[in-house]
Design a protein around this ligand. Sequence first.
Ligand SMILES: [Ca+2]
Ligand SMILES: [Ca+2]
Length: 114
Amino acid sequence: MCFFFSSLHSNFLCIVDSDLSVSVCMLIKTFHKYSGKEGDKYTLSRGELKELLLEELGSYLGSSKDNEAVEKVMNDLDANNDGEVDFTEFIILMGALTVACNDFFLESKRGKEM
Ligand SMILES: [Ca+2]
Ligand SMILES: [Ca+2]
């Protein structure tokens, strides 16, 4: 199955035939939803990254929803130091977050088994 996603900021084609491919597609779609708001359409500025973090990952950020936390994430992700987060840099955050969530899942599973 193919879906053509169209939003205010981006148009792209996505092959969607499994849960995982939907997840991949949503990662791309969500990145572009924010990256297209200002400056370079294909990278996240500080402002765009902040908006994405607060709106999409607020529950993961917990109490550290301040500028300092956003600044730290930005500096950690911006591997090529151009002041923008591109998709490759962004996906490292999502990978780390997924690993952390899996660790949490395994911990809670082990807790119940003991
Ligand atoms: Ca941008
Ligand atoms: Ca960068």
